[in-house]
Structure formats: C-alpha cells, structure tokens
Design a protein around this ligand. Structure first.
Ligand SMILES: CC(C)(COP(=O)(O)OP(=O)(O)OC[C@H]1O[C@@H](n2cnc3c(N)ncnc32)[C@H](O)[C@@H]1OP(=O)(O)O)[C@@H](O)C(=O)NCCC(=O)NCCS
Length: 178
C-alpha cells in the first residue's frame, strides 16, 4: 500500500477549533500574520502590507488541494485564528513530516496552538504508519519551545541558520495515537 504523504483530511474538528482549508474570508487574518512584528519576530520578520496583499490574494485564488496545510479557525464562529502545517520535507532534506504553527497575536495564551497541533497529530497518527515528526524553532522562541515540549517533542540538536540558533525537536508519530 502506498504511504500517504501527510494527513489527508481537509477538515478536522476539535473541542474549540476547526482545522480547515483557507477561504476568502481569511484574507485579513493572513495579512495580519505576515505583517505583525510580534508574530514574525522569530520567523523571518514582518513584511510590508503592500507586498503581502498580492501574495495572499494569489494564495487564496489557488484552489488546488494542499494536504497538510490548515487554517486554524474558531469552531463556533469560523474566525481565522492562525495556521498549522504538517508537511513532508523534500526527499533531499530527509522526507520527514514536519510540524509548524503560527497564531495571530490576539489568539496567543488560550491553548489554541496546543489544541490544533494535538488534533492534527492524532489524526495523522491514526492514518499514517509510525515515523518521526520534526519541529524546528529558533532557540530564542520560548513560546514555541514551551509548546513543543508540552506536545511531547524532545530537543535533539541545535544549529545556526538564518543568522540565529535553531533547535531541532522530534517526536514519534505513534505517541499521538488515540
Ligand atoms: C508559538 C505560538 C503558536 C504559541 O502560542 P501559545 O498560545 O503560547 O501556545 P499554546 O496553544 O500552547 O497556549 C499556551 C498558553 O495558553 C494557556 N492556556 C489557556 N487555556 C489553555 C488550554 N485549554 N490548554 C492549554 N493551554 C491553555 C496556557 O496557560 C499558556 O499560557 P501562557 O502563555 O500565558 O503561559 C505563538 O506564540 C505564535 O504564533 N508565535 C509566532 C509564530 C511562531 O513563532 N511560530 C513558531 C514557528 S516554529
């Protein structure tokens, strides 16, 4: 049987959230994520709104399926809260699953990233064979490292990239099986 590349579901609900595909109504939320200096502090820095608008419009116009890329929405209001990715690295980079998460500043501190990540990892663990999942974060990004640890990821090594120290963390996917 051919191994799925990543989690195949296009929608995954949880107690408070819905992981879903992007919609036109997410435009302002995406623009905010890319332009907010606090959100972008450890992930490349904020971009000017004028540059980001075109990028976001192109992304929203592209309706081809994007497995492993989710908008984190409020399960009741459908409001955009952030994004979660569970993508597979290219074969040249090892081909492993890699988790990523970005929340709008106003959605920090409520456990939404933890809930979204747990939901996606559980669904992936129920669908895919056991394998390591990677997570890379700047070592200075304490919120992200705390979240990674709470999810059960363990730091394996640090290295320099993009002018900053990065921490590579890993967890076995089977740890999230329900
Ligand atoms: C990394 C990031 C997603 C973490 O967000 P977060 O809200 O701190 O993460 P969590 O979902 O784990 O929430 C934890 C907080 O919610 C609180 N919380 C409230 N209700 C909760 C619940 N039901 N369950 C868990 N935590 C809850 C926790 O006490 C904690 O609060 P604290 O930060 O005051 O200690 C966020 O800071 C972010 O988007 N940063 C910018 C993007 C980025 O750097 N991404 C990482 C790329 S590698």
């Amino acid at each position: 049987m051919r191994q799925s590349r990543t989690l195949s579901a296009t929608e995954v609900p949880s107690k408070r959230l819905l992981l879903r595909t992007a919609q036109a109504t997410d435009r302002e939320g995406f623009i905010e994520l890319l332009t907010d200096p606090e959100v972008q502090a450890y992930i490349g820095g904020p971009q000017p709104r004028s540059d980001v608008e075109q990028q976001v419009d192109a992304r929203l116009a592209d309706v081809t399926p994007k497995p492993g890329r989710y908008v984190i929405a409020d399960g009741t209001t459908n409001r955009f809260l952030g994004i979660l990715t569970l993508n597979r690295r290219s074969p040249e980079d090892g081909g492993e699953l890699e988790l990523g998460y970005v929340l709008r500043r106003g959605a920090w501190g409520a456990g939404f990233a933890f809930e979204a990540a747990t939901t996606a990892l559980r669904a992936a663990a129920d669908e895919l064979p056991d394998q390591p999942v990677l997570l890379v974060t700047q070592t200075a990004n304490k919120r992200s490292l705390t979240l990674a640890t709470r999810l059960g990821f363990r730091p394996v090594r640090t290295y320099e990239e993009y002018g900053a120290e990065q921490t590579l963390c890993t967890a076995p996917l089977s740890m999230f099986r329900t």
